[in-house]
Design a protein around this ligand. Structure first.
Ligand code: MN
Length: 764
């Protein structure tokens, strides 16, 4: 058979994407050639010594064979293999792999045979094309058996040569990018298949960049409204987010420079829509409650620099979690390495920082494909083979011979997910639970009633404690009891892992233990009332105020409130503080409505009088108590403040974002007390503020700073300066100011001095 004859046979291609059509125009051919030359240019850059002829030859053969075929979009079919080859080249694939990408559809969709490819291009390219061809119908979800067969093949190929699967993933990526031309049924089918198999597969290969794009594209077709909702909300808040990130990036960039890290790459990481959706679903949160929408990424040269950067970041910002996540010393199962830490901006807004090297970054984005870049792409890379990424493939490869197709399919799918366990009911139904789940999670996943009556569990026929951590493949039998007065234990709330089990447990306690909770709530409220020196009568006498409180706090009745208190949804202190707040506000509005001088109304008598301390602070419902301004953070009027009742020296007043007071509140929240600045602090009253300035020592800085302060008629009470290495100067200045506005003005003024690099209010 000659090549010409083969072409005439391709008029009814099997591939659903194609319709017959006429030959390419001269312009189209030229445009294609230009793209192929670009592919070769990229490949040449990555593999300077390799011969590029086979890429051009692969294009010529593919172009010839696909002649007359069109995609659903109306574009000539050849556009598709060219795009696939281009993406592969950009991923640093070697020329063989790029050529195979160019030829990946010829055996399937034209009359060219795999032997022809072998004769023309040799065995490496032929094996790759053969592998991809055999994976063609992998995801025909209606035919489970066939899908299983194809997955089996996929696993064999991953074990033999992962490049086959990489080409397949890139093929799917380009098809998903151009999915709009398919009919709705096909769109849904492809999207589901992509989300169920290809995206997790990309994840297992550590190819997150492809994974994210596949997920977002699938989500867009499967749930267009949901997708658009998130997209719109993101757009609405985009400006704010971008401003915030730009600001943080500038701060961090300057700090890195100061610390001698000069070529760091900084980046505000965009969150992917599907991962936002998943987060919202998992945590039952609204978009505005997901805080790691704000994130930055810092890419440096060496591992050691990663840890230096971590130190710098922790120096600049307060840490949210005491622990940061070090995936460098403990990589994720798919090979992901990076450091993650969540910190607070000076405004108290949390954001995530990811720190990694360029190599880690390439691995994180491109996964196994990144090995091409860093290992000059040999087929069997010893290190690659030994890496954990391949452990699961090897296990599957070894186990698959003995399994039925349908079982194999399940095993395969299970192994695609690393954050979940798959377990069986006694009847053999599969349940998916978060990693770390216990038999209690399983019981509640079956039914609340099973969970509530649970007394024990058998795992694979053996009795296990309720704290047992479930493993994929476990078969679980829940033992229940019908005895009255039995029910879940409060400790279970600490054991369960799944949000579902947790919420069902909470529901039960709230409903079934209502009387118990109310009794407990009364005791707790009494105790706190005594501590605050108020009586129940005083606080609950005014029905209107109580009603307003209940309504605002979403309680149907006082019993409801006590139930929530006993159950742990609210603290007694919060109830008291909120109620007092309402009394205070009502009293205030009464005052302004009535005679200003008429202070002694009946209502006023119920609440203790308040007074302004010498330093302008009012302690909620307290009069004449000792008030001290905390020296660690030196709040000034205009700052958000909180009070902390010390054992011996009255109330100490901190800035609301002071890490010290936050730590103290964690230990004993009962000692926190509401404070506020008096509205009429006399203008003459002075407050101490500390300022830390970092500047280049040009011999003039001290004078410039002193002048700036003097120009604002602000009094300095202390001034010290220390020179650091690199010609830097650290100034500590204490000033007396009237309020936050004046302080902010001063800081801004100091920042404009040319040698000053940073001005902050320190917290000790
Ligand atoms: Mn294709």
């Amino acid at each position: 058979m000659t090549e010409e004859e083969k072409v005439t046979e391709t008029n009814t291609p099997e591939n659903e994407e194609m319709t017959p059509a006429e030959k390419l125009t001269r312009e189209e051919n030229e445009a294609n050639l230009k793209k192929v030359r670009e592919i070769i240019r990229i490949a040449k850059k990555n593999y300077p010594r390799a011969n590029m002829d086979r890429i051009m030859h692969a294009y010529e053969v593919a172009n010839h064979m696909h002649q007359g075929q069109k995609r659903k979009s109306g574009e000539p079919f050849i556009d598709h293999p060219i795009e696939v080859a281009l993406i592969l080249a950009e991923m640093h694939a070697a020329p063989d792999c790029i050529a195979a990408g160019m030829l990946h559809d010829v055996v399937e969709d034209t009359s060219l045979t795999i032997d022809d490819v072998q004769a023309e291009f040799g065995s490496t390219i032929a094996e790759l094309v053969d592998g991809v061809t055999k994976l063609k119908k992998i995801g025909d979800l209606t035919k489970e058996e066939q899908q299983a067969e194809n997955l089996r093949k996929m696993v064999m190929h991953i074990a033999e040569d992962p490049r086959v699967v990489v080409i397949k993933l890139v093929d799917r990526l380009h098809n998903m990018r151009t999915l709009q031309y398919m009919n709705t049924d096909q769109q849904m089918k492809k999207a589901r298949e992509t989300l169920e198999i290809y995206a997790p597969l990309a994840h297992r290969f550590g190819m997150s960049k492809i994974k994210w794009e596949l997920e977002d594209l699938s989500f867009k077709y499967l749930d267009p409204i949901g997708y658009e909702e998130i997209e719109q909300q993101l757009n609405m808040t985009r400006k704010n987010r971008e401003d915030f990130i730009t600001n943080i990036l500038a701060l961090v960039g300057a700090a890195l420079e100061e610390n001698g890290i000069h070529n760091a790459e900084l980046d505000g990481r965009p969150k992917h829509i599907y991962s936002i959706k998943r987060k919202m679903d998992q945590n039952k949160k609204r978009l505005d409650q997901i805080y790691d929408l704000l994130a930055i990424r810092i890419i440096v040269d060496t591992n050691a620099q990663c840890y230096s950067v971590l130190g710098i970041i922790h120096n600049m910002f307060n840490i949210v979690d005491k622990r940061f996540k070090d995936y460098i010393s403990r990589p994720k199962p798919n090979g992901y390495r990076s450091i993650h830490t969540t910190v607070l901006s000076s405004e108290g807004i949390p954001f995530e920082v990811q720190i990694r090297t360029h190599e880690m970054h390439a691995m994180a984005e491109m996964g196994i494909a990144a090995h091409w870049r860093y290992k000059e792409g040999t087929k069997k890379d010893a290190e690659l083979e030994e890496s954990e990424t391949y452990e699961w493939v090897k296990r599957l490869y070894e186990s698959q011979r003995d399994e039925e197709s349908s079982e194999f399919l399940e095993t395969f799918k299970m192994n695609l997910y690393t954050d979940e366990v798959f377990v069986y009911t006694p009847k053999g139904d599969v349940k998916v639970l978060p990693l770390g789940s216990t038999p209690i999670d399983f019981a509640y996943c079956i039914h609340s009633d099973i969970g509530n009556r649970m007394v024990g569990a058998k795992v694979n026929g053996e009795l296990k404690p309720l704290t047992y951590t479930l493993k994929t493949g476990d078969k679980i039998d829940i033992i229940t009891s019908n005895a009255p007065n039995r029910g879940p234990s409060r400790d279970w709330l600490k054991i369960v892992k799944s949000p579902e089990a947790r919420s069902k447990l909470r529901q039960w306690f709230k409903k079934e233990r209502k009387e118990e909770n109310i009794e407990l709530g009364k005791v707790m409220l009494d105790r706190e009332l005594k501590r605050q020196g108020v009586t129940y009568q005083e606080l609950f006498e005014d029905e209107e105020a109580v009603d307003e409180f209940l309504k605002r706090s979403n309680f149907g009745s006082v019993d409801d409130m006590l139930n929530a208190l006993g159950f742990g949804d609210i603290t007694a202190l919060k109830i008291i503080v909120r109620l007092k707040d309402i009394y205070a506000k009502r009293r205030q509005s009464n005052q302004t409505a009535e005679e200003p001088m008429n202070l002694k109304t009946a209502k006023d008598a119920k609440v203790k009088p308040e007074s302004v301390s010498d330093n302008g602070v009012i302690v909620q419902d307290m009069s004449n108590c000792l008030v001290k301004i905390a020296r660690c953070c030196n709040p000034v009027p205009g700052d958000m403040i909180v009070g902390y009742t010390t054992r011996t020296s009255g109330v100490s007043v901190h800035r609301a974002d002071c890490p010290n007071v936050k730590a103290m509140a964690e230990i004993d929240s009962g000692r926190m007390i509401q404070v506020r600045w008096a509205s009429d602090i006399p203008g003459s009253s002075k407050h101490t503020a500390e300022i830390k300035i970092e500047a280049i020592d040009d011999g003039q800085t001290l004078i410039k700073v002193a002048n700036a302060i003097n120009e604002m008629a602000i009094r300095m009470t202390s001034f010290s300066s220390k020179n650091s290495k690199d010609n830097y100067q650290n100034l500590d200045v204490t000033v007396e100011i009237t309020d936050r506005t004046q302080l902010d003005l001063l800081i801004r003024k100091l920042e404009t001095i040319d040698t000053v690099s940073k001005v902050i209010r320190p917290v000790r």
